[in-house]
Design a protein around this ligand. Sequence first.
Ligand code: CAO
Length: 553
Amino acid sequence: MGNLIDVQVPDLGDFKDIPVIELLVKDGDTVEKDQALLVLESDKSTMEVPSPGSGIVRGLKVKLGDKLSKGDRICRLEGEGAAPAAKPAPAAKPATEAPAPAKKESKPASADLFADSSAPAKVAAASGGGTLVVTVPDLGDFKDIPIIELLVKDGDSVEKDQTLLVLESDKSTMEVPSPGSGVVRGLKVKVGDKVSKGHALLSLEGVAGGGEAPKPAPKAAAVTGKPAEEPSKAEPPPAAKPAEDIVVASGTVAHAGPATRKFARELGVDLARVPGSGPKNRVVIEDVQKYVKQQMTASPSPESRVPSPGGSGIPPIPVQDFSNYGEIEEKPLARIRKLSSAHLTRSWLNVPHVTQHDEADITELEAFRKSASEDGGVKLTLLPFVMKAVSVAIRQYPEFGSSLSPDGGSLIMKKYCHVGFAADTPNGLVVPVVRDVWSKSITQLATETAELAKKARDAKLGPNDMRGGCFSISSLGGIGGSYFTPIVNAPEVGILGVSRGVIKPVWDGKAFQPRLMLPLSLSYDHRVIDGAYAARFIVALGRLLGDIRRLSL
Ligand code: CAO
């Protein structure tokens, strides 16, 4: 039999009675040095207790839910290199023993636990005007711990004990709470920054009763089964908040240990979305696995209004902190943009798109449009001509005005022709709908599109102005560019993209002639429209635009 050593709970600062939330070994298990034996968790921090050496676990004394304090025996370790049980490692001394004399023993660099994780971020300096400089509290032996979440930004109002940021080492995760309530100013850190005790984090302005620095945090850090620095008897550790007083993490912080966080990060899972099944709703690795499984099999809910990352089973794009690469500014999206973003995402994900391109010769149309405009009256742009041509083409190819029934089993053919057009507004894209295009003249359509476009820009469109479309037009011709892929405005099945008309040399059989050619891009729902049908539609449309006399037929 090898040597036996006692493995005890290391120095946890002022923490007492911390519940065991995961037990990672059992009697007879062979463990390596630094392998995690169990996980302790308070409201604000999660700590893995690593093995002090390699050997076999004997006489395991703890079970899930047990509340442990410094010095409590966890197990014995039987192994070659293990120190005899009669000579426990100094740091493993039970708290109940007579206090050890103040020692300045060296600590191993691999020390891996936070202590004093309940202590609020330390106040390094305070002005009489109620501004506090908040620094990283005592992290014991830890140095250069990366910030993994930053929960405040300049200008944010924070409450006392609200979590400011989350630090994480290989074995521990710790939230740093605010020492008081006030407004965050001069944030000095960003995600990924490595911080140590005393590192200035931010200033807190307008702190009620500010200016009073709290008592310093108690000596932190612990080393499992290794010598640890004991607080000197002559200088007893200053008062720190007991674990029971720790404020529960704010809703934005996922309650999870380092291993779970690492696992979630690898999969690109936002832990805040994962329901936790552990004690106090703590998220464990199995919860992340279950969540990913659910997301992969879930079908998108029809009523989901905003595209939720991962909500449709599509892996979300990994979150990046762009401020790591340069200065950034966050601008909230306008309501219209959020709505159209949800709608476009739904259409893009639900509709198998194909886009067919073509050119229409609008030389004659343009000559007519110019001469008609010079006659005075309503200003004629290209849009009303295109709209009319589309409506006539839909009469010839009615499936372009149809919709698929919700069960996908039939086509709903419409005996009317309402056509929407995309209008660019300062707040985003909207699609007002012109009703009964079949029965309206070009002049009427010109008047109506101009009125609706103005209403759109003045943000005066009502919901009815945007409902009931059978087909949409997205005209970028006034801006420029040639060809694009418009997204079908589901449940419609077709959309026409119009780009800028340009004069091109076109062969007429004898010579090249300068002709004004209009680029057309027709996207359609391939579940409803076949490629040949779409090609016929776009050719017919080109003919109609090339010879506007046909529009009146
Ligand atoms: N080729 C050449 N010139 C064109 C053209 C084309 N395809 N389309 C328009 N023009 C000309 C117009 O004739 C007009 O010129 P004149 O003043 O000399 O007559 C000028 O460009 C401006 O036209 P317009 O774009 O303001 O007017 P319109 O009726 O053609 O379009 C509207 C109205 C509301 C569709 C348009 O203003 C708009 O908002 N377009 C953007 C649509 C959009 O954002 N689509 C993308 C959706 S997906 O993100």
